[in-house]
Design a protein around this ligand. Structure first.
Ligand code: NDP
Length: 309
């Protein structure tokens, strides 16, 4: 039995070292250098080429190399009888919290405004709202959203969340379902998207959503590019409906050179780096799932393909 890593365009040595650090006897192969397709029983994947996974007839488990699984669920050639798992990892949560807090505070304390003033040697202080008056809405109160929400709450923001199913989160107001969406949006001065990409959430960051937020709200999209209707964002920024946006993910990555987001004064963008999986912290759960797959035991962090995440 071997574990296969499919990670086109990325270096895999850190993953191999982390996995071997836990189990030196593990046979790890990196696609496309696979000795015998029929011996591969566990696939660890990111952006796998189409039609590849079904070439491994004895797969017992397919694991995403990250928290998201849309790259796997969107692959029509994925063998649907093979269980799918994803990563739930403290370092991923921590990385995302660092990124979102940086973005929120940079906006809240008006650093972009002062940076522009500095270039013109201007001295014009602006008033600041009290932190407890600023509402932050987290779309997607999952493993990462809840962690990020608690950090923002911890420094004093008024945080509320939105999820699909009505499950309470201790100490935080969380609304659920489509019918609660307008109420959720109405309270947000800053909207953070941490939803998985599913048919229900695709294009959810659109003109109607922006119109329901507080006037001049700020958008942070760290989920997936296909959550955002790009023309609607540009229109909302130009009209002043939104005051700015921080974007980490895009419909097309890398973002094409001619794309208007690059030079938009109200957009800050980063190249899909909000939170990157750290093999050293995530390897243990991969090994655990590899063992469980071998034994036919229940897998950790199993994805429900019917809900899309
Ligand atoms: P989870 O599956 O733990 O959480 C997803 C949350 O979204 C849940 O609260 C879920 O609701 C909610 N949700 C799903 N569908 C809907 C819907 N239709 N309406 C309302 N709420 C919905 O995911 P994670 O927190 O682990 O990750 C979230 C996403 O973050 C990933 O899918 C990925 O796209 C993105 N990500 C981006 C990274 C980056 O670097 N930019 C890094 C890591 C992740 P419920 O709780 O009711 O199930």
């Amino acid at each position: 039995m071997s574990m296969m890593i499919i990670y086109p365009g990325f270096k895999t040595q850190a993953w191999i070292d982390a996995l071997h650090g836990i189990d030196p006897s593990l046979k790890i192969e990196v696609w496309p250098e696979i000795e015998d397709n029929s011996a591969v029983e566990f696939a660890l994947c990111w952006n796998q080429p189409p039609d590849l996974l079904r070439q491994f007839p004895n797969l017992k488990c397919i694991s995403s190399l990250g928290a998201g699984v849309n790259h796997l669920l969107d692959d029509p050639t994925r063998p649907t009888s093979v269980p799918l798992v994803r990563l739930v990892d403290r370092d991923l949560q921590q990385g995302m919290a660092e990124y979102v807090l940086t973005g929120v505070l940079e906006h809240f304390r008006q650093f972009r405004y002062y940076r522009a003033q500095q270039s013109n040697k201007e001295w014009r202080p602006r008033p600041n709202r009290h932190i407890s008056e600023v509402g932050i809405g987290i779309m997607g109160m999952g493993q990462i959203g809840e962690f990020v929400g608690r950090k923002l709450q911890g420094i004093g923001f008024r945080v509320h969340g939105w999820r699909r199913t009505p499950q309470p989160v201790e100490g935080m107001e969380v609304l659920s379902g489509q019918s609660a969406l307008p109420d959720f949006l109405r309270r947000a001065d800053i909207l953070v998207c941490l939803l998985p990409l599913t048919p229900e959430t695709e294009n959810i960051l659109n003109a109607r959503t922006f119109a329901a937020l507080q006037p001049g709200a700020y958008l942070i999209n760290v989920a997936r590019g296909r959550h955002l209707v790009e023309e609607d964002l540009l229109a909302a920024l130009d009209s002043g409906r939104l005051s700015g946006a921080l974007l980490d993910v895009f419909r097309e990555e890398p973002l094409p050179e001619q794309h208007p987001f690059w030079s938009h004064a109200k957009i800050m963008l980063t190249p899909h780096v909000a939170s990157v999986t750290n093999p050293r912290s995530a390897a243990q759960q991969v090994i655990e799932n590899y063992r469980r797959a071998q034994q036919g035991a229940p897998l950790l962090n199993r994805v429900d393909a019917s809900s899309g995440y």
